[in-house]
Design a protein around this ligand. Structure first.
Ligand code: SAH
Length: 400
């Protein structure tokens, strides 16, 4: 077993059970991609077992802090069983949920989403890549799902020196999977696991979509603008909440086509007219400006942009972009209107996001009540010692 020795005083984060070791903290030692290493303090004492990743800034990710625990197929089986058991205890009201959420489930670099009887797996670190067959076996055993599709085509793979890959890991035929039908809060959705973003659906927003429906109903929001709509989850929620006119804005034509399908799929069941929904295939910032110039007004606006700041280094530029769209949305809202605004940037924490939105309100000359703080659904857990896991933050604001 190879050892990685840390520089003096660099063991502090590990003692607090943070699972990452950056390149700059390492005094000596190297290994192959994904190889298991013993991590030791400057004095040679044991700290953890981890996976070495020669191409990544995050040079080692921890598998276990327990000197007795062996890194073998059994470890992956136990971690996956624990992750699945947690979701069962959380009683998620959907047949679609995140089953494994990376570091928070003790499996750094692994994401597994369940869509009915299909699992979609993302392997985002060298250690996970190395243990993929054992992980696939453990997933089949713990869930009974026999169809595992891999979507390891995220850009972050290149930071790990891994090439993109998409295809069946278990089950399935040579063909990419067909759309997978799921239910979310009683709504019908159809997930494109082969071509959709990430694993196909933004599961982290599931409970916020339900909350949006409830608040649209409570405040009687008639005109709703869903910005960065993707496949229209918040639009279906708004229509189900009684909105009269809902507009989905996105720069992806395939996502908007699916939003139209999702609205049609739910019209009869939820009792709304699909003709109340329209789409705009355009940039959100430009659309908000155009709507303001045209003197339009909305009673509720959703802002759920992609990650503007992947890391803290991008925070300043991202802050300007967030402030800009929030300022425009606050202007465009009718008095008493509802803003559902989000950031999924790891580099912008909840308190910074709050300050950005407050600044946007000042620039817009708009006052608002902070109704609720929003976060990712509970199947995307955060652990106490890994605050980076808390990436999605949102605010529900009622314009004064
Ligand atoms: N709210 C969605 C998820 C949003 S993901 C849900 O609940 O499912 C972010 C979306 O923003 C993606 O669909 C992407 O196509 C879109 N997008 C990215 N940049 C954009 C831009 N500048 N203007 C409009 N849409 C954009």
């Amino acid at each position: 077993m190879k050892s990685i020795r840390l520089r003096p005083a660099k063991e502090r984060a590990l003692i607090k059970r943070h699972p990452w070791i950056f390149e700059g903290s390492i005094a000596s030692g190297r290994a192959d991609a994904g190889e298991t290493v013993r991590i030791e303090a400057a004095d040679g004492s044991f700290l953890a077992w981890g996976a070495y990743s020669p191409a990544s800034q995050i040079r080692v990710r921890v598998w276990s802090f327990d000197v007795e625990e062996r890194v073998d197929a059994g470890l992956f089986r136990r971690r996956i069983e624990r992750a699945v058991a947690l979701r069962a205890r959380l009683a998620i009201q959907s047949d679609a949920m995140r089953l494994v959420h990376g570091e928070s489930d003790g499996l750094p670099g692994l994401v597994v989403d369940r869509y009915a009887d299909t699992l979609v797996v993302q392997c985002l670190a060298a250690g996970i890549e190395r243990w993929k067959p054992a992980i696939a076996d453990a997933l089949v055993a713990a869930t009974g799902c026999e169809r595992l599709y891999e979507r390891s085509d995220a850009a972050v793979r290149s930071l790990e020196g891994l090439t993109p890959f998409a295809g069946w890991l278990r089950g399935g035929t040579g063909e990419p999977p067909a759309r997978v039908p799921i239910r979310e809060h009683g709504w019908r959705m159809s997930v494109d696991v082969a071509e959709g973003h990430k694993t196909g659906h933004y599961l982290d927003q599931r409970d916020n979509r339900l909350r949006f429906m409830q608040l649209v109903r409570q405040f009687g929001c008639a005109r709703v603008l869903n910005c960065y709509s993707y496949t229209g989850g918040f639009s279906v929620a708004a229509l189900a909440g009684g909105a009269q006119r809902v507009t989905s804005v996105d720069s992806s034509a395939p996502a908007l086509a699916q939003a139209v399908e999702h609205v049609a799929l739910n019209a009869a069941g939820c009792g709304f007219d699909a003709a109340r929904h329209t789409t705009i295939d355009a940039d959100v910032n430009a659309t908000l400006r155009r709507c303001i110039e045209a003197g339009e007004r909305f009673d509720a606006i959703v802002l759920d942009p992609p990650k503007f700041a992947p890391t803290a280094a991008h925070a300043e530029r991202a802050a300007r972009a967030y402030k800009d769209i929030n300022r425009l949305a606050l202007k465009l809202l009718a008095p008493g209107g509802l803003l559902f605004t989000f950031s999924c940037s790891g580099g912008v924490d909840a308190s910074l996001f709050h300050k950005i939105v407050a600044g946007a309100g000042i620039d817009a000359g708009v006052d608002g009540y902070l109704l609720e703080r929003l976060e990712a659904a509970p199947d995307h857990p955060t652990t106490v010692n890994f605050p980076e896991g808390e990436y999605l933050k949102g605010l529900a604001i009622l314009k004064a």
